[in-house]
Design a protein around this ligand. Sequence first.
Ligand SMILES: [Fe+2]
Length: 204
Amino acid sequence: MSAATHDLLGLFRAFLAGRDDALVDGFAAAIGAAPAERALAPVSLPCLEYLPRAAAIAGGGAKPLAQCLARHAADLRWAQTYSEADFGRDFLDRYGWTELVGTRGHFASDTIAAGFLLLGPHVVYPDHHHIAEEIYVPLTPLAEWRKGDGAFVRRGPGEVIHHPSNVGHAMRTGAEPLLALYLWRGGPLAQKSTLTGASTVREA
Ligand SMILES: [Fe+2]
């Protein structure tokens, strides 16, 4: 048993409970009381250079979770869904996720995926959608989020952002990185998103 991943899962659950949001509670319940742990070999990514800064700027109640993630980042399996052909090298150097719970996660689940997304500064994660229903909760301030045909809106730490199945969404960062937790359910939990927007790395 890994103390690091259990610490992280405990703080992850506590943070979800703190949202006081019925939709979030439904996702959280799907994690189950004691999901089986997998022994996954750690994998690092270039984007992890931005994680200490993300933990430093994490807001309010999100800071213990972000700091725990930063402390244990080297024990986790970080991954990318896209390739250089999709988004280019600059994007890949500033993008990654780690799945805490799920079909590929440090804890096993066939019904939910739960983890963290990290984006470095000056990144646009372009419009995309997927079958699974999704919740994001930013842990850091300042990043901007877009849903459907709406405008980009700044979302703060602890806000619950809900993307129903196949609703397009996009995110972009400015001078600071974005760290957010994600929850997926109700669709293929390892699906590569369908892209509908052009990728860019923004001018610094
Ligand atoms: Fe998504």
